[in-house]
Design a protein. Structure first.
Length: 202
């Protein structure tokens, strides 16, 4: 392959590594495949953190712009999924910081102001789950969670990642993850009540 400057190790020639080599060469078909395969993951992660369909859509677009621009930085020792979680999570946290968010407005999908704006026509099972009653309750209490608590809860309990994966994505230590997760779970449980549950991936 010549001296293509990517983070792809010669000993790690997985299909994902080869796909990202294509993106690094600015091959549009490779990028389109990455978007088609991983867009639902990026969108739902962003939406669960920022609780706004418009902002989640912006974050999704920015995530794949960064993939296009920085594909050469992809480290094939990790999955594309992990890399995208990291990019989307960081962008989502940046959005929260810019909004100085300690209180959040109800998203348009709950307030009934925007119809399906910002939501892809072909919704995944996870995106459809966002529309149910448990998700509405969950989003209403998100204002009680700090950005880090919301991020850890999303990745650990909702996306089903283990502590090591969350650490790779967020840069937090295991103790920080456990502490934020404990606080987030306690707040969610207190506000949803024992008869409610945190929606998780099916």
């Amino acid at each position: 392959m010549g001296n293509l400057k990517t983070g792809i190790h010669d000993s790690v020639r997985t299909p994902e590594a080869l796909l990202m080599e294509g993106v690094a060469r600015q091959d549009m078909k490779s990028l389109e495949l990455v978007i088609r395969r991983f867009r639902p993951l990026v969108f739902r992660t962003a939406l669960r953190i920022v609780c706004s369909t418009d902002e989640a859509e912006d974050i999704t677009q920015e995530t794949f712009i960064r993939v296009w621009k920085h594909a050469g930085r992809y480290d094939s020792r990790y999955s594309i999924r992990t890399w995208l979680y990291r990019i989307a999570s960081n962008l989502a946290l940046d959005h929260l910081r810019r909004r100085r968010l300690f209180r959040i407005r109800l998203p348009d999908v709950i307030a009934g102001r925007a119809g399906n704006a910002g939501i892809p026509e072909e919704k995944s099972a996870e995106e459809k789950l966002i529309m149910d009653e448990d998700w509405k309750a969950f989003i209403r209490i998100s204002e009680k969670l700090s950005p880090k608590q919301r991020l850890v809860l999303t990745l650990r309990d909702i996306e089903g990642l283990d502590t090591e994966q969350v650490a790779e994505i967020t840069g937090m230590s295991a103790d920080q993850i456990k502490s934020n997760l404990f606080q987030a779970r306690r707040k969610v449980k207190d506000m949803l009540g024992r008869k409610r549950h945190i929606p998780t991936r099916k």
